[in-house]
Write a protein of this length. Structure first.
Length: 257
């Protein structure tokens, strides 16, 4: 990890130095949740995917690295983060297949075509505006609280952007899993794969990963094996370490915990 004091960012290396990501020293930094979500996005040859709330662009960049033939788009409402995402795309020489838009996902038709995406993914704001302490840092507050976009906004935009039978992949707090699944079904996005994520072996589930299919038939949901993030000594489990293939110290604490 290197620091650029003039821009107040750090440059972090992932995937054995094959990727470089600049992010703010202070403010919103990507977390374990981000890496886990990126690992669970699978694309076929030439598919198109959209990230709703891309932050510094980390997930599209990881996914583009894993699937070189894919085309990735990200939209980010915060101008500084959108600019940072654009610089990260250039830093990794991905300008021909990763595209970042500075804008509001609620106004997605100004930036994207309806029905353009094979896959949409998101790590949405997960706290209602009046629940819990709101961070004094604006970037963290917007990333965590439903200030500019709520769960419905994310699911609605995804439903419109997806092609028939397209997939939506979301990571969300387990305690709000009912809200997530109800919203998906209401908008004809049928949950097909679920995975619970626990911080440790003896802890309650903190997160849930859900993959839904647009206009999918009801039922037929499959539960993937539970994912444990930390060993009893606090280190990352082997599965999570393999997802990161990087220095674990650059990844922040789980945002949802």
């Amino acid at each position: 990890m290197t620091k650029d004091q003039s821009l107040h960012t750090t440059t972090d290396q992932l995937f054995q130095v094959r990727l470089k990501i600049r992010q703010k020293q202070k403010g919103y930094r990507f977390s374990t949740d981000t890496v886990i979500l990126a690992h669970h996005i699978c694309l076929e040859h030439g598919e198109c995917a959209v990230d709703l709330g891309t932050g510094c662009g980390i997930i599209p960049i990881i996914v583009a690295h894993r699937f070189p033939s894919a085309i990735l788009y990200g939209i980010e409402i915060q101008e500084d983060l959108a600019k940072l995402a654009l610089s990260n795309v250039a830093l990794n020489y991905m300008e021909d297949r990763v595209f970042i838009e500075h804008g509001d996902m609620k106004d997605f038709t100004s930036y994207f075509k309806v029905g353009m995406a094979d896959v949409v993914f998101s790590n949405p704001p997960y706290r209602k505006v009046y629940s819990g302490r709101i961070s004094p840092d604006a970037e963290r507050a917007i990333a965590r609280h439903e200030i500019h976009a709520n769960l419905f906004d994310v699911i609605y935009a995804a439903q419109k952007l997806l092609k028939p039978l397209g997939r939506l992949v979301v990571i969300y707090p387990a305690q709000r899993s009912v809200d997530l699944i109800v919203q998906m079904r209401a908008l004809k996005l049928e949950p097909k794969k679920l995975r619970l994520i626990h911080s440790k072996y003896d802890s309650e589930a903190k997160l849930i990963l859900v993959e839904a299919r647009k206009d999918g038939n009801p039922g037929g949901v499959s539960f993937m094996p539970t994912l444990i993030v930390h060993n009893r000594d606090g280190s990352f489990t082997e599965e999570v370490r393999e997802m990161m293939v990087c220095n674990p110290s650059i990844v922040g604490q789980q945002a949802q915990s």
